[in-house]
Write a protein that binds this ligand. Structure first.
Ligand SMILES: Nc1ncnc2c1ncn2[C@@H]1O[C@H](COP(=O)(O)OP(=O)(O)OP(=O)(O)O)[C@@H](O)[C@H]1O
Ligand SMILES: [Mg+2]
Length: 336
């Protein structure tokens, strides 16, 4: 049994999978919205404890069996980059990362947890090894572990949201762009042959849409949230909703273009053949078609359960919500 918990800024999702002879089977899943402080901004133990309670209840209500869970850190708070080394052995890479990480990451090594993954080796002249470096602030990791501990659970795995997303959504071969269109942030990752090559988080997502709508139409936040979900970028309501949301949406599209440009020029990578989207905001009416028009590349909604067997009943209840579970499923697929 393996459990993934995705603590989003608006919705907490939980998934439990069971490892079978061939692949994984879904045992339980659930999600709950919450208001108030997000873990990284909790000022004291009391604020953290309130959130622990939400997690404890969710774990109980959806009948998750295991108390050992894997969690993801928000992409916006971790630092990820790729580094190219000459042809080193795995052991030499460990030392090189240890000695050289400092110059690549913006936080002092003493305050960071640094991990690496070898993502490519090429032989011959000019060959080398490409390594993905991930640095997380130690205090952030400790806060999350405390949060989970407060819910009566044990953290057995920690990674970044994008690494989890990659496990549930990325194809084994080819270059694609993954987009997690959440509430407070939109995470962009370029993945080649199933390995993360580049990632970036921008603070423009669901909440920015709702705020823009609320301001431009002079309506309450809750009303704006409802309009956003009903009309989104479709041309209804005399196009007023669309007109308010479009500038924010264009910002996201521009950031995607920039990410692809950066990857092609700085990393000499190939252009992604498609964009695979997930996250609550990907359900916004006409979001997918608008993104396709703006970027001129195929955009599809990812199915995080593609590699998981799901019975008919669970399938029906998940129906419109699958896009919420990409990070949680990716965490559970670690199989901790
Ligand atoms: N049908 C819909 N149309 C538009 N937006 C939607 C729809 N359904 C959900 N959303 C938006 O999705 C967001 C929640 O999605 P998600 O659960 O992916 O975010 P999160 O993981 O909590 O946030 P983050 O990852 O940014 O911390 C909210 O902003 C919500 O308004
Ligand atoms: Mg999220």
């Amino acid at each position: 049994m393996s459990v993934g918990i995705d603590i989003g800024s608006k919705i907490i999702k939980i998934v439990e999978l069971e490892k079978e002879a061939k692949g994984f089977r879904l045992l339980a899943s659930g999600a709950v919205g919450y208001q108030g402080v997000i873990p990284s901004q909790a000022k004291d133990d009391k604020e953290l404890a309130a959130l622990s309670d939400v997690i404890r209840k969710l774990h109980k209500e959806v009948h998750i069996r295991s108390k050992e869970v894997a969690i993801a850190l928000p992409e916006s708070l971790v630092f990820t980059r790729t580094i190219k080394f000459p042809s080193l052995t795995d052991q030499e890479v460990v030392s090189a990362v240890k000695w050289e990480a400092e110059q690549y990451i913006p936080i002092p090594l003493s305050e960071a947890i640094v991990e690496h993954q070898i993502i490519e080796r090429s032989e011959g002249a000019g060959g080398g090894v490409t390594v993905l470096l991930v640095a997380s602030p130690r205090t952030l990791v400790e806060k999350y572990i405390k949060l989970i501990g407060g819910a009566g659970l044990t953290t057995v795995g920690v990674e970044t949201e994008v690494l989890a997303l990659c496990r549930s959504l990325a194809p084994a071969t080819g270059t694609v762009l993954l987009l997690d269109f959440g509430a407070s942030s939109t995470d962009i990752a370029i993945v080649k042959d199933g390995m993360v090559r580049f990632s970036r988080s921008i603070p423009t997502a669901g909440e920015a849409f709702t705020r823009a709508l609320s301001q431009s139409l002079g309506i309450e936040y809750q009303q704006a949230e409802a309009y956003k979900k009903t009309y989104g970028l479709s041309a209804d309501l005399e196009g007023k909703v669309k007109a308010s949301l479009a500038p924010v949406f264009n910002l996201v599209a521009e950031e995607i273009k920039k990410a692809v440009h950066f990857y092609q020029t700085e990393e000499k990578g190939e252009a992604p053949v498609s964009i695979i989207v997930s996250g609550g905001t990907s359900s916004m009416p006409e979001a997918i078609s608008t993104l396709t028009d703006l970027l001129g590349i195929e955009v599809v909604v990812g199915n995080p359960f593609a590699k998981v067997s799901v019975d008919t009943q669970a399938s029906k209840s998940l129906a419109n919500y699958t896009c919420l579970y990409s990070v949680a499923v990716g965490l559970a697929l670690r199989g901790d």
